[in-house]
Design a protein around this ligand. Structure first.
Ligand code: SF4
Length: 231
């Protein structure tokens, strides 16, 4: 009698793999997608205009005619008499009006959003860990209170591979796949002991014609199915 493990061949293992709907996995997927988008944004080259400051000076609150100056940048640019082109002006309020700073365009440079890349990569790592952790921890999650923790084994010596259990509980049982033709039929194995509720699993075990599915209480080891003979 052997304890069932996932099938031995890679294809079988792949078919047994599934992304669970565990909240941690879903959250991990969302975080992973955000991380990918953020990282992709961080890889886009950005053209940045560079300026150097070439002048600064005060701008009064009112002009010579006593009108309030509503656009100090334009005023400063209009009255600028220095050398070099004032490509942009930045003004801020001061005690007697404004202080303006003039800048000259000196070219563009290519930059990348480093923060987006770093945050994006970090989120991708967190997302992958969430997906991995959610899948790994799902079988360890406490079962519903009404569910008795069970272990499922298949006696490969008496399994006749007719697939009844697979038909009744395909999320729990599957038949091993064969890489090469064999005179031996593919035996059943357990892909996910938590793939269905206990009643469905026990029902599938009861329908096994040879009694090859053995179910025991995971904590006490008590036989649940098939019943032990009375001596
Ligand atoms: S029902 Fe029983 S005999 Fe048939 S495949 Fe499943 S374990 Fe094997």
């Amino acid at each position: 009698m052997t304890k069932t493990e996932p099938g031995p061949d890679l294809e079988t293992r792949k078919s047994a793999f599934r992304i669970s709907k565990d909240p941690l996995v879903v959250l991990g997927l969302v975080i992973l997608v955000i991380g990918i988008v953020l990282t992709a944004y961080g890889l886009i080259p950005l053209q940045t205009a560079n300026y150097q400051q070439i002048a600064s000076g005060p701008v009064p609150i009112t002009d010579a005619a006593g009108n309030f100056i509503t656009d100090p940048s334009a005023y400063y640019q209009a009255h600028y008499n220095g050398t070099g082109s004032l490509d942009t002006v930045d003004c801020s309020p001061s005690v007697n009006g404004y202080i303006c700073y003039g800048f000259q365009f000196i070219g563009t440079s290519t930059t990348f959003n480093q923060s987006a890349r770093e945050y994006g990569f970090g989120l991708m790592v967190v997302g992958v860990l969430g997906i991995y952790g959610g899948n790994r921890l799902e079988p360890l999650k406490p079962r519903p209170k009404h569910e008795r923790p069970i272990t499922i084994r298949i006696d490969e010596d008496i399994c006749v591979a007719n697939g009844v259990c697979v038909g009744l509980a395909p999320t729990v049982f599957q038949l091993k796949k064969q890489e090469t033709p064999s005179i031996f039929a593919p035996l059943a194995y357990v892909i996910d002991p938590y793939g269905a509720d206990n009643d469905s699993i026990i029902q599938a075990a009861e329908m096994c014609p040879t009694g090859a599915i053995i179910i025991e209480d995971a904590e006490t080891g008590e036989r649940i199915h098939p019943p032990l003979p009375d001596y």
